[in-house]
Design a protein around this ligand. Structure first.
Ligand SMILES: C[S@@+](CC[C@H](N)C(=O)[O-])C[C@H]1O[C@@H](n2cnc3c(N)ncnc32)[C@H](O)[C@@H]1O
Length: 355
């Protein structure tokens, strides 16, 4: 059976355990993920696999210890992480699938009676011949042989495989441990008929990533709402929505009697005290100006209100920008989580609760 294979670099007196991981960030943001990981782990080493997106990490810690530290202080820019338990050389032929099948066959104790998903990602230059679909089809059959339940949705366990330029990196983990239940954390939503903007995916992803249920809120304020993707989602969830933007909302939203629309700059609108239990704000504006505006209107939020706010990363030092914005907003909010979501481009998303 394959068990967690730590790479021992021991001497006779003291053995050092090094664990390996495949880390993924949004394209262009891996350097910030590495910076966060360097702050978290001493003596961490990196090795780039896909430019500024995917990298291998070596940490001088046991798997459980490293996982616990990651869970406690999840890096904002780390979208996905998979442990590397086995490294298999790529032959570039059917032997690769055979080797993976043998590995799964030997892993019965790992996945027996657990809903297990197979996720394969391939580097552009990988000689591994098979698509994610082909690999999954073959390994699903082997999972069934050893009494594991192959699934696509809602897995309890994920077998993650990264096919690199020369080797397959293979590891098991729960979705929580891997920070996502999507391959590499690349969350895909189906585009719907009548969807107003791609921005809607950002709020959908935030709802999942932060384990929120927007339907449980009553009155939402959407600042920087146009063309209206976020407003549309909240209306579909049954909320009363007040949307503010000097730009036009999409005409299809007029059908909702639960929508109030102020075609104004947010600084020119005043609301009743404690009128909203949800604030969403996607202004794509200077982060400090955005924070100032949100704090000026804070009286309109009920105590304990939730806020989902995107922070545009306009400057060269995103981590500093984020620290400054959070410090400012923490005068009125408790930060629950800050995360760069898959659908965030040059921005991150904050999940806050009003004090
Ligand atoms: C990225 S778009 C928002 C997209 C929107 N979330 C959606 O789902 O369609 C940013 C919007 O913020 C608005 N905006 C920028 N500054 C604003 C302000 N001070 N008050 C209100 N809206 C503002 C812009 O007019 C723009 O429509």
């Amino acid at each position: 059976m394959v068990v967690w294979q730590a790479l021992d670099q021991g001497s006779t007196r003291r053995r050092t355990t090094v664990t390996q991981w495949i880390c993924t960030a949004n394209h262009g943001f891996a350097t910030y993920a590495m910076e966060e990981l360097r702050r978290l782990f001493n003596d961490v080493k990196f090795n780039q696999l896909a430019p500024n997106e995917i990298f291998r990490m070596e940490v001088p810690l046991e798997r459980e210890e490293a996982m616990a530290m990651l869970q406690q202080k999840e890096p904002i820019f780390l979208r996905h992480i998979q442990p590397v338990e086995r490294i298999l050389p790529i032959e570039g032929n059917a032997d690769d699938l055979q080797a993976l099948s043998d590995l799964v066959r030997n892993s019965r104790l790992r996945c027996e009676n657990r809903m297990t998903a197979v996720h394969l990602r391939r580097a552009d230059n990988s000689p591994f011949l098979y698509t994610a679909g082909d690999t999954k089809a073959i390994l699903d059959a082997v999972l069934s042989e050893v009494d594991c339940e192959p699934v696509v949705q809602s897995p309890e366990l994920i077998l993650s495989i990264y096919a690199g330029a020369q080797e397959l990196y293979v590891g098991w983990g729960t979705p929580e441990e891997q920070l996502s239940d999507w391959p590499g954390g690349a969350v895909r939503f189906q585009r719907e008929d009548g969807q107003i903007s791609r921005a809607k995916f950002k709020l959908l992803e935030a709802e999942r990533a932060f384990k929120l249920d927007f339907a449980s809120f009553g009155e939402a304020l959407d600042i920087g709402a146009a063309p209206g993707g976020w407003t549309q989602l909240l209306l579909e969830r049954g909320l009363y929505v007040t949307s503010v933007d000097p730009a036009e909302l999409h005409p299809s939203l007029k059908q909702y009697p639960r929508l109030t629309y102020w075609k104004k700059n947010a600084s020119d609108v005043k609301f009743k005290a404690e009128a909203f239990d949800l604030l969403v704000c996607d202004m794509s504006w200077s982060p400090m100006q955005m924070s100032k505006l949100v704090l000026e209107g804070i009286g309109a939020l009920a105590n304990g209100a939730t806020a989902i706010i995107t922070v545009k990363l306009m400057h060269k030092k995103p981590l500093q920008t984020i620290r400054d914005v959070i410090a400012k907003l923490e005068s009125a909010f408790v930060l629950v989580k800050a995360k760069q979501l898959f659908h965030n481009r040059d921005e991150i998303t904050l999940y806050l609760v009003k004090r």
